[in-house]
Design a protein around this ligand. Structure first.
Ligand code: GAL
Length: 682
């Protein structure tokens, strides 16, 4: 079964990444420890069946203690020792944390905030990726590592940098931003005219008459020009990508057969256009930190991260590069995961296509900024519950090797669009409540509560394989993307578009003549006015549902009204509509439904689109996902995130408990099973 449409052009990896066992391990920083601890690491890693560790992520100051003087001895010894233990290595380039000498030698390469404050070393990520000195130093380090370890037998994957995403507003940035803009809009006066036109610079007297006047959107008196800030976000995503590619290409010269990646930070860290980035890595690797002690919220959150990771990777098995053995609640809290929760969560990532279970980090640090961060080996060492669970997890993962390489397939996709996020992440809006990540997260969670397996897709992707596509908050919509969605519905697809969509074009200029621009005919309606609402207002819909925060005036031009506003500023007007169009149906939701109403609406539309849950009778919180092999083998992953025991119909062999299951099964709260299913006859 081919995977259906992940990105606009779902690039195949240059060097495919595959594995025949689940990678288990995490960030390993032996440079923080002494030989006695290394010896203990060897023992504990063997005992907990660690397969893979990530080495070197923040080791620049140890690898290059002075400019141009390299000390690789400890890393040689580490890789040799790990190899001797049968452990493979994800080798990182340490470029996310330049050493102090770098700051003093190249102060111009430090990051500058929008207010013009230059940030000093003392933390990590203290560089501007547009600064030539930083780029040279980073590339030189990557080249040294690649040359030295190209033939090392422990090397399994390259990990370039760490969580790209640091932005800067300095003069190097200004120069790079202008180069990027000239490449987009054209050189010289004609290019500048095009930029003035696209950004609407006649408003507030912002017209540029030379390229030198164009600056990063630094701190200013009042609101920024939103077209300017949008292009700045796009620029930084591309500039960071260029920095990644430089290192990647250098590494590939030395090791063309070793896959290269970098770790994306999910769920809400959005300085990168991840569709674009995903085409440039050999395998998508993500860091995902859960933050809620509530199991149901955890299940939804985990699925939100994991479904995106899989989709960014074109549906292929992906790398979970970091998670935490405990909960990280930003900004100031670390909560203990309850016993068994780490295994529950880890297997749930595997359910959604991860073929690795990697953590930050192997051993808890004694000092440094993250000295209290969770780890597989806590400060108390082997006598701790967490370490005992590490050993158990290693055992379980060992038994799951047969699922590697299998894939997850979905009939439904939620659209994910960096431009809409960046467009909506702005102060000049009618409502601060319409936050793009929240709108998408809530839509995905409604599908999750319905037990429906979901992909993410880009608005320009080939959507024809999906029965249903949901597009919340698609604020910024290009003509090509609108045509793509129109063709999808015309061809038989079901589309649910959320409110405040199709509002602006790709330059962040308002689409004139009513909304959603480009999709009015598809949906059989025109939005003529918005009504942002105070938080305390709840809109009762008729015959069912509750809306919040937002209402719209709709002129219905062919669509059927599914629900009307029962009260509020547009009482009696259409709130939810349905438009049979071509072979398909265009649905429109003009308010933000509360969670129960959205769950009901999504369930209704899914049923009409012919989409069913993996286990239709399962209670909410019983997460069921199937992984399949092309030869027909399949595994059903069941995880109970609910508070009650759940009974489901399922049969086969449970790999976690190594026991036969069927014809039904009771899962206790927090329990997870992985069932090898019988192959269909014939
Ligand atoms: C990640 C980062 C790790 C560690 C971890 C802590 O974002 O890559 O180095 O800082 O967070 O949660």
């Amino acid at each position: 079964m081919p995977h259906r449409g992940a990105g606009p052009d779902d690039g195949r990896p240059h060097t495919p990444w595959t594995t025949d066992r689940i990678w288990f391990g995490g960030d390993y920083n032996p440079e923080q420890w002494d030989p006695a601890t290394w010896a203990e690491d060897d023992l504990l890693m063997a005992q907990s069946r660690i397969t893979t560790v990530t080495v070197g992520v923040f080791s620049w100051s140890v690898l290059e203690p002075e400019e141009g003087r390299f000390t690789f001895g400890w890393l040689d010894a580490t890789l040799d020792r790990l190899h001797a233990q049968g452990i493979q290595v994800v080798l990182a380039t340490p470029t996310a944390s330049p050493p102090p000498w770098f700051t003093l030698a190249h102060p111009d390469a430090l990051p500058v905030s929008p207010e013009g404050t230059r940030l000093w070393h003392g933390s990590r990520d203290t560089y501007c990726a547009a600064a030539p000195a930083y780029r040279r130093a980073a590339l030189r380090m990557a080249a040294k590592l690649a040359a030295r370890y190209a033939d090392h037998p422990a090397l399994a994957l390259w990990h370039v940098h760490n969580e790209y995403g640091t932005l800067c507003w300095c003069d190097h940035t200004a120069g790079a931003f202008r180069r990027w803009l000239r490449a987009c809009y054209g050189e010289g006066a004609a290019g500048l005219d095009a930029l003035n036109e696209a950004w609407g610079t006649t408003f507030w007297s912002q017209r540029y008459s030379t390229w030198r006047q164009v600056l990063p959107p630094r701190a200013t008196q009042y609101l920024h020009n939103p077209s300017h800030t949008l292009d700045f976000r796009r620029f930084w995503s591309d500039e960071l990508l260029a920095a990644y590619r430089e290192q990647r290409d250098e590494i590939r010269r030395h090791t063309p057969d070793v896959p290269v990646t970098t770790n994306f930070m999910l769920p809400d860290y959005q300085n990168l256009d991840l569709w674009r980035w995903s085409r440039e890595v050999d395998v998508v690797a993500v860091d995902h930190y859960l933050g809620s002690p509530d199991p149901l919220a955890t299940g939804a959150d985990l699925a939100f991260g994991a479904d995106r990771a899989r989709s960014f990777n074109g549906g292929r098995p992906w790398v979970l590069m970091e998670q935490a053995a405990n909960l990280v609640v930003q900004p100031d809290r670390l909560l203990t995961k309850s016993p068994g929760a780490s295994r529950r969560d880890t297997l749930s990532y595997l359910a959604r296509g991860a073929d690795t279970a990697m953590f930050f980090q192997w051993r808890a640090s004694r000092s440094g900024a993250e000295l209290h961060h969770a780890s597989l080996v806590p400060h108390a060492g082997r006598r701790s519950r967490v370490y005992r669970e590490t050993v158990e997890l290693g055992d379980t993962l060992h038994r799951l090797a047969e699922v590697t390489g299998s894939m997850v397939f979905a009939d439904v996709a939620v659209l994910w669009d960096a431009d809409s996020w960046w467009g909506l992440d702005n102060r000049c809006f009618p409502s601060g409540r319409l936050r793009y990540p929240d709108l998408v997260r809530e839509t995905h969670a409604a599908l999750w509560r319905n037990g429906i397996t979901t992909d993410f897709a880009a608005p320009g992707a080939d959507l024809s394989g999906y029965r249903l596509v949901l597009a919340p908050g698609l604020y910024l919509l290009g003509d090509a993307e609108a045509a793509n969605l129109d063709a999808y519905v015309r061809g038989g697809g079901h589309l649910l578009l959320g409110c405040f969509s199709g509002v602006a074009d790709t330059s962040h200029r308002i689409r004139l003549g009513g909304f959603p621009g480009g999709l009015r005919e598809t949906l059989g309606l025109t939005v003529t006015e918005w009504h942002p609402l105070p938080d305390e207002v709840s809109l009762a819909l008729d015959p069912w549902g509750h809306g919040r925060w937002w209402a719209e005036d709709l002129d219905v031009e062919g669509a059927e009204v599914v629900a009307r506003y029962g009260d509020g500023p547009v009482a009696g007007g259409p709130a939810i509509t349905r438009h049979p169009y071509g072979e398909g149906t265009g649905w429109y939701l003009s308010t933000v439904l509360d969670a129960p109403s959205l769950t009901e609406l999504v369930g209704t539309i899914a049923a009409q689109a012919g989409v069913s849950a993996v286990l239709p009778d399962a209670p909410t919180g019983l997460d069921a996902v199937r992984r399949r092999m092309p030869d027909g083998a399949s595994w059903l992953f069941l995880t109970n995130f609910g508070a009650e025991a759940a009974t489901v119909a399922a049969s086969g062999h449970d790999l976690v408990g190594d026991r036969a299951i069927g014809p039904s099964l009771v899962l206790a709260p927090g329990e997870v099973v992985v069932i090898r299913e019988a192959r269909p006859a014939g």
